[in-house]
Design a protein around this ligand. Structure first.
Ligand code: NAP
Length: 431
């Protein structure tokens, strides 16, 4: 019997559990620990609330969670309630699938002003993450700036630009919908420090901007490279750039403008008591591919600045950490004997939900190679005894199903659920 602990119940955690089940059959016991009382990580609190089809993958994770060899242990904070060294004593393998839930800092003067928010916090706010339920972002202003040219920037711009009706069928939390309903944005500027050929935005997500009720995406035709150069791009990027070319031809005929500002790097954020404007340096790409400033600077009014420039994995005491890369120090997923990292905690915040599946299978192969058979460690019985002794109030998958049922019951009309946004409410809903 191999005892395996997976820390984090998001996509990387569940795909690893599924892979270990396939690799070891009934000869393993897998505990999936999460610091929240609710499972699924980014599926619940990262994926955009208006992308419900992507969230459907949770049903697959549920099937894994309900199998005999796997259990969910929620409301347990590794590093606080139980140390990594203790888990290594209890389990044959400990896999860190903790994702990258912390914002990479923007690192410009003024980035600490009220109104300047990282995407982990902003996305967490509209998705009901208990860490950010109290965020209260200033979404009421006329002008917002979103920094970054990736899919998270697109999510944020789209959420800011949608009408209430366009949130029908989504699970955006009530506190965010109430605030966004009252917002009167005129301009959402997307700042990309490089050009249209260097975006990290995918075609489906870009295409959505063309169909918003009150908002229109706008691209300055002068920013687009000659069309012949698109032939050199890989097919996905080529499609994305085709959308940008469409946006360069559309009419500015809706009340909200989503302006793509390419070759634009934020250099500081100014304001008296809170953000009022972003000072931007015009950039160009030099022959070596580096971004360099041209010397031109200009100001964009913004009372809300959301930086969507990537994430970091928070360190855990006792686990080697690569500060430069913002993730656990590892070689292909191996951190130390018996200790592994998977998903964004292993490779950084890139790739889609599905990218975590091969990652999970690769870790299961490493565990199979490293740990020929169980070593008689106590596994879950030992964890239960330890947590019980410390008075940790663990949440089981059965408890989660009660929480989920309560969220479904209280959903507004047309919505799949109304998430509880505080841990106290989640715990109370188990009763
Ligand atoms: P991302 O794709 O890595 O994009 C980050 C963006 O931030 C890049 O455009 C980058 O520009 C820019 N950036 C980084 N540092 C910057 C700085 N200091 N100043 C200005 N700009 C800076 O990251 P993401 O958007 O957070 O997405 C993370 C992953 O989740 C991606 O793999 C993404 O595709 C995925 N995701 C997918 C979906 C979906 O499929 N619907 C939705 C959301 C996220 P440079 O390129 O110049 O560095």
């Amino acid at each position: 019997m191999r005892h395996i602990a997976i820390i984090g119940s998001g996509p990387a955690g569940y795909y690893t559990a599924e892979a270990c089940q396939k690799a070891f059959g009934s000869d393993c016991r897998i505990d999936i620990l999460d610091r929240l009382p609710v499972p699924y990580g980014l599926i619940r609190t990262g994926v955009a609330p208006d992308h419900q089809s992507i969230k459907g993958v949770a049903r697959r994770y549920e099937a894994v969670a309900l199998s005999d060899t796997v259990r969910f242990v929620g409301n347990v904070s590794v590093g606080d309630d139980v140390a990594i060294a203790e888990l290594l004593d209890l389990y044959d393998a400990v896999v860190l699938a903790t994702g990258a839930p912390a914002d990479k800092p923007l690192g410009v003067p003024g980035d600490d002003l009220p109104g300047v928010i990282g995407s982990a916090a902003f996305v967490g706010w509209y998705n009901g993450h208990p860490d950010f339920a109290q965020l209260d972002p200033p979404v009421h202003g006329l002008d917002a700036v979103v920094v970054g040219a990736g899919n998270v920037a697109l999510d944020v711009a789209r959420i800011l630009a949608k009408t209430e009706a366009e949130f029908g069928g989504s699970d955006i939390v009530g506190h965010a919908l109430d605030r966004l309903r009252a917002a009167e944005h005129a301009t959402v500027t997307l700042l990309a420090r490089r050009g249209p050929h260097q975006i990290a935005m995918t075609p489906k997500e870009l295409g959505e901007l063309a169909h918003l009720t009150r908002a229109v995406p706008l691209v300055d035709p002068a920013d687009l490279p000659p069309i012949a150069a698109d032939a050199e791009l890989e097919p996905g990027l080529c499609k994305s750039v085709a959308y940008l070319r469409d946006f360069a031809a559309v009419h500015d005929d809706k009340p909200v403008r989503i302006v793509f500002d390419f070759f634009a790097r934020p250099v500081r954020i100014e304001g008296d008591a809170s953000a009022e404007r972003v000072i931007v340096a015009r950039t160009r790409i030099d022959p070596t591919g580096r971004v360099v400033d041209t010397g031109e600077e200009y100001a964009i009014p913004a009372t809300l600045v959301v930086s969507c420039i990537g994430y970091r994995t928070p360190p855990i005491a006792g686990v080697p950490y690569d500060d430069a890369l913002g993730r656990f120090a590892n070689v292909d997923g191996r951190i130390a004997p018996g200790l592994y990292a998977v998903g964004w905690a292993r490779r950084g915040p890139t790739g889609t939900i599905g990218t975590n599946r091969p990652d999970g299978f690769a870790i299961a192969e490493l565990i199979a190679a490293d740990i020929a058979a169980g070593s008689g460690k106590p596994g879950r019985a030992g964890l239960d005894a330890l947590l019980d002794q410390r008075g940790v109030d663990i949440v089981t998958f059965r408890d989660w199903q009660k929480i989920e049922a309560a969220e479904i019951t209280r959903a507004r009309t047309g919505a799949p659920r109304e998430k509880f946004a505080t841990i106290a409410e989640m715990l109370a809903a188990r009763a």
